[in-house]
Design a binder for this molecule. Sequence first.
Ligand code: 3PG
Length: 402
Amino acid sequence: LDDLLAEGVSGRRVLVRADLNVPLDKQTGAITDDGRIRAVLPTLGALVQAGAKVVVCSHLGRPKGAPDPQFSLRPVAGRLGELLGAPVHFATDTVGDSARSTVEGLADGQAALLENLRFNKGETSKDDAERGAFADQLAAFAEAYVDDAFGAVHRKHASVYDVPARLPHVAGRLVLREVEVLGKLTGEPERPYVVVLGGSKVSDKLAVIEALLPKVDRLLIGGGMCFTFLKAQGHEVGTSLLEEEMVETCGNLLARSEGKIMLPVDVVVADAFAPDAAHDVVRADGIPSHRLGLDIGPETVAGFSAALKDAAGGGPGGARTIFWNGPMGVFEMPAFAHGTRGVAEAIAKADAFTVVGGGDSAAAVRALGLDESSFGHISTGGGASLEYLEGKTLPGIAALED
Ligand code: 3PG
């Protein structure tokens, strides 16, 4: 971005791809976590200050290539304007009449947000020509392109991959920072290096577990995915989340992990997936057949916290690098938030370089009212940060490096 600003952007139209895919309340449609909007303010603020005509585009949710009001970016335009301290014009389509007239009407130092990119088939199409045609329309709005959508750099989508081939292109401040920070983890992270993984599905995390196991000193596993591992250890998991087809794979991982993987020793089980469901703490090898695990238990929180303090084993040797992705339980329900809170607090207190990756864990930090500044870096990328750590080539980053 500094290179582009140095050229001078006053009066020039700049297209910024942002990831404004924020969670919305299902009932009211209100934005429940505006972290991703805040994260692009340094880039947007710098462009507005420098007098650019800023055209912002983003996806929200997963609409199916046609307009769908529940995925409109309109509420995001309002919040973005509040945070930017200047109104953000909103185009009710992405590349149609409204977008054209909104972009043409921009004065120097003004910003506009286009409607959801994914209301157009071309955005996510696997067909190069279809994506390219949509990219042509987007690129026609601007003279330069800034990618600040770190959360979407792992997607080979028109706005991420094809537009930069059509315009002078640079990385925004958020993308640059994310790549710098996550690059420290893929390089030579200071040891001991501890990774804490949660979230619901093992299948989503398998590749990253494979990539990280040789690099880490400890891998602590909680969240819904821990039940498939507990099953692989031979325990019954009641009606907890279980990926039956992954049990064997998890067993193999445990066998190969040289004791690095730590699993819960106790869990909070409930009668139902509901905030007011009756619940108890039980041993991880004693989950009743009719109940489901919704959080890790207090002994596990203590064990995980101790492992962060004595990561090298034989202590004292606290973790020097920590990466955390995925909540430990259903933190949105207060009764099942203790595990996530306890582990997050232990990470925050550690004398280590700490990175929180993933939309859900970042949202948990904010929803639980934890001090964001006590973590080294809170990534805006969910899938993107995991794929980065796997060492994959990410289409959005490759397009900028070209
Ligand atoms: C995310 O939430 O991880 C990003 O916004 C990407 O969204 P997607 O998984 O729907 O592509």
